[in-house]
Ligand binder design. Structure first.
Ligand code: KG4
Length: 342
């Protein structure tokens, strides 16, 4: 069964064509990074306009290059929530048009669940229930995923997301946007010693032992104060990046450890743009061995960041399990708890 997935929730316009929810036939991603880099973050109006300008061409290219005929597409899936409203509307309109014109089902997809489902395109099949850890530019959260279309929020960030912290700290350090890959490159050049005292404080040190929570704005402020106190900081950029990563990733580990201990679930999927970071991947592998849980992460970088293939993939499983629903943008929802049961 061939499905087409459309992703326009933030700053990537993407179309993916997937067969039977597990085989990627085509994946095209147009990243708007350059348009937003001058601002150090995504500007919603620029994002929606750029989606509108690109999406038709991207569909044409996907169809031409994949050798698939539009009439062979059997369903269209689209990211419906969460995301930037103006951007979501662009993808939703294209999906509605295709659904009506081709007389095929339209499947509305949750963006975060799509990130967690994408590993199925790499021949990995995490069994339910699993812990879904999402680490991206817009979200840092842990879910208990019960089934396709059914996940419960265990904890999220009370301020900045992990990727957002990388981007904001990179801006403070005068690095390019997006900041994640830049910070990673510099951090890799520094050899952190065992038990080396870190220049930034431990995050959420006094959090009650059963609580699952992320918070990165304090770390960003700690970096800011350090730079103000040390005007010569450019000489030690590699150390700053390494210490920042160390603190940021320790909190990820702490929360995963808690989630495993509270739920007793030993199947963990970690996804989202930040998982492209190889230091994080290594650390996750180590704790999975230490805590004895089965870890699944997307291997290809293109599948870690926003993409249409993950949308087509989840769309397939929702359709097969009779879980299609109408597009609901949830415009009044502002917090994670408004989107997900917890
Ligand atoms: O999943 P994603 O494409 O979606 C959002 O836009 O939310 O993630 C993008 C985020 C950015 O914040 C970027 O800085 C971060 O993922 N990122 C990384 C790395 N590559 C991308 N963070 C740390 N290390 C990386 N190598």
């Amino acid at each position: 069964m061939l499905g087409l997935g459309i992703e326009t929730s933030c700053d990537e316009t993407s179309i993916g064509i997937v067969e039977d929810g597990k085989k990627e036939i085509s994946l095209k991603v147009y990243s708007q990074t350059e348009l937003h880099s001058a601002y150090g973050g995504v500007v919603p109006e620029i994002a929606s306009r750029a989606h509108l300008e690109k999406i038709n061409d991207l569909l044409d290219i996907s169809i031409k290059e994949s050798g698939v005929d539009l009439s062979d597409i059997e369903y269209v899936a689209v990211t419906a929530t969460p995301g930037l409203l103006g951007s979501l509307i662009v993808g939703a309109q294209m999906a509605r048009c295709l659904s009506v014109a081709l007389k095929i089902p339209l499947v509305a997809v949750d963006h975060l669940e799509a990130h967690l489902t994408v590993v199925r395109l790499e021949e990995k099949n995490p069994s339910f229930p699993y812990l879904g850890v999402l680490l991206s530019g817009g979200n840092s959260a842990i879910f208990q995923v019960e089934d396709f279309g059914k996940m419960k929020l265990l904890g999220d960030t009370q301020d900045d997301a992990l990727g957002e912290a990388f981007d904001k700290v990179a801006t403070l350090l005068g690095l390019d946007y997006p900041g994640g890959p830049e910070i990673e490159k510099l951090a890799m050049k520094y050899s952190l010693r065992n038990n080396e005292p870190l220049i930034f404080p431990e995050l959420l040190k006094d959090l009650p032992s059963e609580k699952i929570l992320f918070s990165y704005s304090g770390l960003k402020t700690a970096v800011l104060y350090y730079l103000k106190k040390n005007p010569d900081y450019r000489k030690e950029l590699e150390k700053i990046c390494s210490h920042f990563q160390e603190r940021a990733f320790s909190l990820v580990e702490k929360n995963i450890k808690r989630a495993v201990s509270v739920t007793k679930i030993r199947e963990v999927v970690v996804a989202g743009g930040v998982v492209a970071n190889s230091t994080l991947k290594e650390r996750l592998k180590k704790i999975s061995t230490k805590l004895n849980f089965h870890l699944t992460v997307p291997e290809r970088k293109i599948l870690c960041t926003d993409n249409g293939a993950m949308v087509a993939c989840l769309g397939y499983f929702l359709l097969k399990n009779g879980k299609t629903s109408a597009i609901d943008f949830k415009v009044s929802a502002t917090r994670m708890e408004d989107f997900y049961e917890n």
